[in-house]
Design a protein around this ligand. Sequence first.
Ligand SMILES: Cc1cc2nc3c(=O)[nH]c(=O)nc-3n(C[C@H](O)[C@H](O)[C@H](O)COP(=O)(O)OP(=O)(O)OC[C@H]3O[C@@H](n4cnc5c(N)ncnc54)[C@H](O)[C@@H]3O)c2cc1C
Length: 500
Amino acid sequence: MVGLGLLPAAPAGAFNLARSEKANKKVLILGAGLAGMNTAYELGKIGYDCTILEARNRAGGRIWTVRGGTTETEIGGETQTCRFDEGLYLNAGAARIPHHHQLTIHYCRELKIPLEIFGNFNEAGFYYSDSPKGALANQRVRAREIHADMRGQLYELLVKANDQKALDLPLTAEDADKLMTWLREEGDLNPGKHYAGSERRGYAVRPAGGTQAGEIGPAHALKDIVESGLTHPAFANIGEYTYHQQPVMLQMVGGNDYLPRAFAKILGDKISYGCEVKELRKTQPGVRVVYLDKKTGQTKEVSADFCVCTLPLPILKTVESDLSGNVKRAADFVPYMETSKIGLQFKRRFWEEDDHIFGGISKTNQDITQIFYPSYGFLGQKGVLKGMYNFHDRANRMGALSLAEREKAALEQGGKIHPQYKTEFENSFSLAWQKIPYSKGGWAEYSKSARERMYPALLEPDDDIYFAGEHVSHLTAWMAGALESSRRVVEMLHKRVSAN
Ligand SMILES: Cc1cc2nc3c(=O)[nH]c(=O)nc-3n(C[C@H](O)[C@H](O)[C@H](O)COP(=O)(O)OP(=O)(O)OC[C@H]3O[C@@H](n4cnc5c(N)ncnc54)[C@H](O)[C@@H]3O)c2cc1C
């Protein structure tokens, strides 16, 4: 049919499982996040009768784009309603797409969701070290200055050490020479093999028209960089070198919830919203699920041949069930990341106008940890910054504050990097994922031992109950993990049904 032009060609990466007469089975899916919806979408294509129970009134789970009008109440917290202007948004959960996350990109292609560049790394961003000493402490320094000066001075050290025969290099003399040439180039060392600053670190006086040739800023001494705390892990340049964050990164145009919204539109009334799963029972064969219908306040139940459970583990552990001891142990003991964010709306995009920052990140060792500049709406009037994105203790500390205290802290700390905060701020929306109902955490954080001891229980069906979600992947904390896990379950379930 594709050959005759009667069907469009499946896009690259399409999941083509053969339909089977035997697929006439009822599958109950718990959770309309990416894993749950992708499971229903793919099983639906090959003939299964899928229903999704979703506790929230929206699909997408941890893919959550906050816009004006979004309302949320954290566990034990106040209710807040977002006041961002039309067109401005905060990706409160999933924000960036690595260029090699094939399935995330595949489904954007299949569901026709346009992508744009996400600036994850910007040499114009600032580093701000809150430190009791050091010539560079408590001031903002451009990332490019630190990167260029560190590289230059460290490579100079290596070249000098080699000249003094102090390097035990496993190289021939000829290859050692080649390496030294490379170090001189990469470090921008002068003919005397010394790093004396470089245009890579930027200009103190910028080059311009007429006679203004520009003046390269003086290099920061290695001692000052280290003493000022700028080698703290908070400033690690992971946006440049870790596999999952290397450029180029992408985002969905208009907000990342376009992907779950597209799945939800296709699935239509196969998703029952406001249905909070309370009990998961094995009926051997099959499953029975008890849930609270939040619209009516009634407790209801539904049965099916199979269940695909995509509930995050901190939620699964609160559900009464007949699950095996091993699955329950995983739900009880796999920890989830504490992580918080705040969106700050400003009436002027001063980071672009005054500081020439278009996307990317500034970093600090203060509790806010990072400031992300929006990769959309360049040159517009207003903008929403991500004024904090932190983890572990810092996220717990910020998460424990009231909304007003979080806003105050984010403005104070970020205001040290951007004094413009004081005059340009308009409103904020903040969240701590460990306190968000139906998530209770950012993502599964497997230690090596948890991966060895707990994870295997989630990989196999527990009788007729299968598990999917980012926590059933080696791409935890990524949308791609949810998608990889759901396609794996679809394949396993279909193979089993087709074989019987
Ligand atoms: C702060 C943060 C930043 C992130 N950044 C990125 C990023 O930059 N790039 C990226 O690719 N990924 C990122 N992720 C990860 C990505 O969002 C997740 O991996 C993915 O969305 C998980 O999908 P899921 O279907 O496994 O789980 P979820 O999205 O959590 O779906 C589970 C669903 O179950 C529902 N549910 C919960 N309890 C019940 C119940 N009792 N009854 C019925 N339904 C229930 C939930 O409402 C939810 O809809 C980030 C996540 C967070 C939190």
